[in-house]
Design a protein around this ligand. Structure first.
Ligand SMILES: Cc1cc2nc3c(=O)[nH]c(=O)nc-3n(C[C@H](O)[C@H](O)[C@H](O)COP(=O)(O)OP(=O)(O)OC[C@H]3O[C@@H](n4cnc5c(N)ncnc54)[C@H](O)[C@@H]3O)c2cc1C
Ligand code: FES
Ligand code: FES
Length: 1206
């Protein structure tokens, strides 16, 4: 039988496919549906989500759930219906209310994550509709997108869009949006929301598949074995036979969800794939007196449902279900199986939550070993040697029922714990634990508690697998609980929880184990009982928000809260990113082979076993750069960087070669199979730290322009100081961008030595110039086009250049289109990211907290190439000067090391500068035992000190608003009350603490020259080009608003309603030159000014025609009539300009204050000084994203990556 399924109602029938093909590969390469995006390929980001619908002919029921198409194998969707975001609605058939609400709540910035978000929400809504007992509540709405990453918006607007569908939502709690205005009644608000009715808006299962399914039994997966290496047994006997028939050397893969490949990136290709999800014994759930049996192929979601409704042992099972809700994310749980998890834990040391839970309830498993079925305890299973291989199959898990022994004095207790970087799932735990205990109270006081029995399981701490702490269990059993007993138990536990050698945060993990044990037994000692646990994560809303926005009509439509251009398109997934551009059949695909050595000669490049991998077309190195060209892959005003390493590689991660193959999959595989031989003889040791760089005087030169001057006399300041902190040290690490769309480019060879390149870049002008220099052709032979970028955050400025240049080299050399979509691992390795640095400082201050002098030494690790690193001293010193240090001196070295070159990462240097300043202030406050807020306030600049520190960019005295903002936010955030509440909380809570702080910011804004072009077409519609790139920040929308405002000055009928008639188009480096970089938070502003100037020119050119027409037909001249007349008169209706900021306004200061309260949940208030924004909602969304992001950067410095250690 052929593979047959539906995508968005359309039938797909396939007669042969490589069984390792994922659903995502198929959708993106073989269908027009491009809303499924490849973000991570690991099940961790949700960009690839689709809805999977399965029809059960016996029950005549359709079951729907969201799944990760990047992990799901195509063959496993046989007979199913797939819905992508464009299947919910699109431009042609009309957008779905989900799309409309995402757009209206400003929940889509770059839009790369948005289709996946919409699918998550849709799936949750469909689930609620199918499951009558479940309402779609606010809490469900929040959880619905918990498995989706968004790197732009900061989640607030996304959650608002989701909550707007909840049955219990208080509509007034929803954030700023374009559906209603502040102060409107609830009725109006509700009426204005795009209506949602499950009957009309839920997708139906295609009839043809239903019919087929009824006709053919087991259509689910009965694929023809002769054409597919995919087999679907329908009984254990069939499974036997298949395994018996397999040749002894055949590699077999048992498949349920295939989610394991999200963690283990197997290169292995299997001879046979056995889909075990249709064997009744393996997909059943059976409950009886003795307990519950769960087939190994049952999905985690189904297991949770079963545990939730189980009545016997319900207390324990419900707790297990609640814990399992935090495994991965909903889509992983929808396809990942219990058995798959256990087998990964057994055979590959996977840090499983499920094994820990099951150990604590003394579960057993059944295995198929040859023809025999064996039952072993889970503990025995985990310790099996040899490990489980493809000759043995896990059949089911048996969880016994636990009930408390009768009598008032005994009690059955169960609790599970999980500490992870993210509390609501989607991150592996640092440690998990589950404890079961039977305890009895001592008569007559019934105060003392004795442990009659206990099972204490710990996992994910860096051991081989989850374990029971048997020694501790034995020690505690029979003991009357007391603190001294517990301390002894802790001593034993410390000897058991021993993380492996390379485990991260090992001390933290060990302390967690102790903390959990204390949390479990502690209350029994203190109170004689455990409080029934209140799950705070459940009862508190995860995100809530409110904003105050002032709108002004003065420059309409500038300042209006209009919906972001293309937001609904982004939500439906129709917005075209580079990888969505349809490719020609002869298109080749590239992948980088990169160095794994920091400094070595490259002796040779070959492939494993000297066999050229399938599909490889060419391997290009620096030797393939045309003779007239140069080995250049990037450039900034501060210097170039090479495309490839030459004979010598100078950092791990440096590009050595480009392997070009027929598909991206083949190119990636070939790059993995590449073998590079290195030679390090006679080479110096690489410079890997800033200390090495200092020893070897390896520094980049910094132009005085980027090296601010010291302020005042530090020696004198130090003398004036009553107190000093000397030689304090701070170290800051790096950070990866995690733009959702990885680096990507497509290059097409053109006639007469030309090349056209589509690049996801924040700096197409530079991409253009680098390509021309690399190929040794004139710049007019190159054209670079960028429509939109799926998240940049600075990472797509310099780092996009080598990707586009390598594609252009391939296309130029091979005369075939070449495309490259970096896989996440390569992207992360090459990205460089934020600059790590070491700071040493001396600070002088008086006993009242007033600072007198600061001396800083700063070593910045810039990596191998200059990139933008030489500007870092300027960027760091900008925000660092936000306080009046009295006097300030510094010695900043930009170190050249053999590490990947660091680049501009969202507010490069500024984040660090602010962090350094705050750390010093906190240190001063702590050494004086003063309230840090008081120290901050004392040291805020006066206007005089501001001028001393910032010189001419300080502006006029009335423009220095920071002290005012400081006071205003104190009132609006109820800061003082909050501080008291935090203090009170901390006094009355031993284990949990809260913190609150108010922080000022001074941002040094610098505008750059930016071009713009506005053209009026013959029908009156307007097309606009700007230098700035739409990277999600809403630049197009603001430009559109500005053009509408600019042209409205014509003052004829219709000129005031031009917004809808204006289209901003992609950047084309031949159509508009000198585009520059889109960076530094000023490109929207300067692009707007550029187009405003164009409008002034056009209005002037139209003036005489307008005057003439007005004289002839006063009051009836329309925009269209005017333009027709101007066309007839050959008036030039295209104006372009290069906006040059004036020296006096080019640089200025901007101020803000933030208050953040932190505990297990957080609350933040931000007040920012703005004159008037072009679009406040875009500004809000654009502000909360970075705020959230930087917050995380410092809160979760070491985010646990769900990646195999390799
Ligand atoms: C993003 C992400 C987050 C995750 N987070 C967590 C988490 O927080 N906590 C946690 O515990 N887990 C987590 N997991 C792991 C997840 O639970 C497992 O990937 C899933 O349960 C595996 O089931 P599967 O059906 O997809 O297995 P598959 O991927 O289909 O199979 C995995 C392996 O097991 C073998 N196998 C499968 N079933 C059997 C069987 N019955 N008998 C013998 N061999 C078999 C397969 O051959 C394969 O080698 C996460 C996974 C991902 C991708
Ligand atoms: S989850 Fe599939 S691409 Fe990230
Ligand atoms: S809008 Fe979510 S990643 Fe950009």
């Amino acid at each position: 039988m052929d593979l047959e399924f539906a995508v968005n109602g359309e039938r797909f029938k396939i007669d042969s496919v490589d069984p390792s093909t994922t659903l995502l590969e198929f959708l993106r390469l073989n269908t027009p549906f491009k809303s499924v995006k490849l973000g991570c390929g690991e099940g961790g980001c949700g960009a690839c989500l689709v809805v999977l619908s399965r029809y059960d002919p016996e029950l005549d029921q359709v079951k729907e759930c969201s799944i990760n198409s990047c992990l799901t194998l195509l063959c496993s969707v046989n007979g199913c219906s797939i819905t992508t975001s464009e299947g919910l609605g699109n431009t042609k058939k009309g957008f779905h209310p989900i799309h409309k609400r995402f757009a209206g709540f400003h929940a889509s910035q770059c839009g790369f994550c948005t289709p996946g978000m919409c699918i998550s929400l849709y799936s949750a809504l469909a689930n609620a509709d199918n499951n009558r007992s479940k309402e779609f509540t606010v809490s469900e709405a929040e959880k619905s997108v918990s498995g989706n990453l968004c790197r732009c918006t900061g989640y607030r607007p996304i959650v608002d869009a989701c909550k707007s569908f909840a049955t219990d939502v208080d509509i007034e709690d929803l954030g700023f949006n374009s559906f209603w205005k502040k102060g409107e009644s609830k009725e109006v608000m509700l009426k204005n929301l795009p209506p949602y009715n499950p009957k009309d808006h839920l997708v139906t299962f295609p009839e043809f598949l239903k019919k087929k399914k009824k006709e053919i039994k087991n259509l689910d997966n009965g694929l023809d074995h002769s054409r597919y290496r995919w087999t679907t047994p329908f009984s254990v006997t069939e499974l036997h036979n298949i395994m018996d028939a397999a040749n002894s050397g055949d590699s077999l893969k048992f498949v349920v969800g295939n989610t394991g490949t999200g963690y283990y990136k197997d290169e292995e290709r299997f001879d046979r794939y056995i889909d075990i999800s249709h064997i009744p014994e393996m997909s059943m759930i059976k409950k009886d007196e003795k307990g519950i049996e769960i087939g190994a192929a049952v999905t985690i979601s189904n297991a949770i449902d079963a545990l939730e409704v189980e009545s016997k042992s319900s207390y324990i099972f419900k707790k297990m279900a609640a814990h399992m809700e935090r495994i991965g994310n909903r889509s992983i749980r929808n396809s990942g199986s219990i058995g798959g998890n256990l087998v990964m834990a057994q055979s590959r040391k996977f840090p499983s939550d499920i094994t820990t839970l099951l150990l604590a309830v003394d579960a057993s498993v059944y295995m198929l070993n040859g023809r025999k079925t064996e039952k072993v305890t889970l503990q025995e299973f985990l310790e099996l040697s040899p490990i489980l291989d493809s000759k043995r199959v896990l059949l089911k898990v048996e969880i016994p029922s636990w009930t408390a022994p009768s009598g008032d004095d005994t009690e059955l207790l169960f609790e599970s714990y999980r500490a992870a970087p993210c509390s609501i799932g989607n991150a592996l735990p640092y440690l998990n634990a589950a404890f079961l205990a039977i305890v009895s109270r001592q008569e007559p006081s019934r105060k003392g508690v004795t442990v009659d029995k206990c099972l204490l399981a710990f996992g994910s701490y860096g051991g081989d697998h989850s374990i029971r702490a048997i020694e501790v269990e034995n020690f505690l059993t029979g003991k009357l609980l007391s603190y001294s007993v517990l301390y002894e138990a802790v001593g034993l536990l410390r000897g058991i929880i021993v993380p492996g050698k390379d485990t991260s945060h090992s001390e933290y993990r060990k302390s967690l184990a102790v903390g959990f044990l204390f949390d479990f037994f502690g209350p029994l000692i203190e109170n004689g009982h455990r409080n029934s646990h209140v799950d705070t994560a459940k009862s508190l809303p995860v995100l809530s928000s409110s904003q105050q926005v002032l709108e002004s009509n003065e420059f309409q439509p500038v300042g209006e809260a209009i919906i972001k251009v293309g937001a609904a398109l982004q939500a439906s997934g129709e917005a075209v990113f580079v990888d969505d551009i349809p490719t020609l059949p002869d298109c080749l695909h590239g992948a980088f082979i990169y160095s794994t050595e920091p400094l070595a000669k490259i002796k040779s490049i070959s492939f494993r076993e000297n066999v050229t991998p399938t599909g490889v077309f060419a391997v290009l190195t620096f030797k393939d750069i045309p003779q007239q060209g140069q080995n250049i892959g990037s450039k900034t005003l501060l210097g170039p960087g090479p495309l490839f390493a030459d004979e010598l590689t100078r950092c791990a991660g440096q590009r050595i070669a480009l392997v070009v193959a027929d598909t991206q999959k083949h190119a990636d595989r070939a790059a993995k199979l590449a073998v590079v031989q290195y030679d390090t003889t006679n080479l110096e040791q690489p410079i890997l730290t800033v200390e090495d760089a200092v020893k070897r005087s390896s520094f980049f030169e910094v132009h005085p322009m980027f090296y601010p001057e010291p302020v005042g006399d530090v020696v004198k300041g130090m003398e004036e100081a009553g107190r000093k902190i000397i030689s304090a040290e701070l170290r800051l690490g790096s950070q990866y961008f995690f733009y959702m769309e990885p680096q990507t480019a497509l290059a097409l060879p053109d006639e007469d030595n030309c090349v056209k390149v589509f690049s996801s870049s924040q700096a197409p002008e530079y991409v253009h110039s680098v390509i021309a220099t690399c190929l040794g052709i004139q710049e007019h032979n190159v054209r670079v086009i960028t429509r939109r970028v799926g998240g940049g955050f600075g990472g797509k400025a310099v780092k996009s250049m080598p990707v586009a240049t390598a594609c252009a080299l391939g296309a130029y050399k091979l005369q075939r289109p070449v495309k490259m979509y970096l896989n996440r691992k390569t992207d992360m390795i090459m990205a460089g990211g934020r600059h790590p640095m070491k700071i040493t400082y001396n600070v002088g201050f008086r006993s009242d907290g007033k600072l007198t002098a600061l001396e800083l030494t700063m070593l910045i690790d810039a990596g191998l190439e200059p990139d933008v690193s030489p500007i870092m001293p300027r960027n760091i010193m900008g925000p660092l000067r936000k306080y009046d240090w009295g006097a300030l001196s510094f010695d900043v070295k930009v170190c050249k090391t053999n590490c990947p070159s660091r680049t501009a990462m969202r507010a490069p240097g500024e984040v660090q500068g602010s962090y350094i300043a705050e750390s010093i202030i906190e240190n001063v406050a702590s050494s004086l035992q003063m309230d840090v807020d008081v120290v901050r306030k004392i040291n805020l600049h006066t206007y005089d000190s501001l001028r001393k520190f910032y010189k001419h960019i300080s502006g006029d005295p009335d423009e220095y608003t920071l002290p005012l903002l400081w006071e205003k936010l104190e009132i609006s955030s109820k800061f003082k009350e909050r501080v008291e509440m935090v203090k009170e909380f901390n006094l009355s809570n031993v284990w949990r603490k809260r913190g609150i702080s108010r922080v000022p910011i001074v941002h040094q804004v610098m505008q750059r020259p930016t071009p713009g072009k506005v053209s009026i077409l013959s029908d009156g519609s307007v097309v606009v080009e700007v230098g700035g790139i739409e990277i999600g920040q809403g630049l197009w929308t603001k430009v559109q608003q500005m053009v509408a405002y600019g042209l409205s000055m014509v003052k004829c009928k219709g000129s005031e309603k031009l917004l809808e008639r204006i289209r901003v188009v992609q950047s084309d480096t031949l159509g508009m030159i000198q585009g520059g970089f889109t960076a530094g938070s000023t490109t929207s502003e300067s692009s707007c000014e550029a187009v405003r100037l164009c409008c002034v020119i056009l209005v002037e050119r139209l003036k005489s025609t307008m005057d003439q027409m007005m004289m002839e037909k006063p009051s009836s001249v329309t925009w269209n009539m005017l333009i027709q007349q101007a066309y007839a008169q050959y008036i030039n209706l295209s104006a372009s300009t290069l906006y040059m900021p004036e020296y006096s306004t080019m640089e200025y200061l901007n101020y803000g204050v933030g208050v953040s309260e932190a505990s297990h949940y957080g609350k933040s208030f931000i007040l920012k000084n703005l004159n008037q924004s072009n679009n406040n909602v875009i500004l809000l969304a654009g502000g909360s994203g970075p705020f959230d992001r930087k917050n995380r950067d410092f809160k979760i410095r070491y985010h646990l990556r769900l990646r195999k250690k390799s």
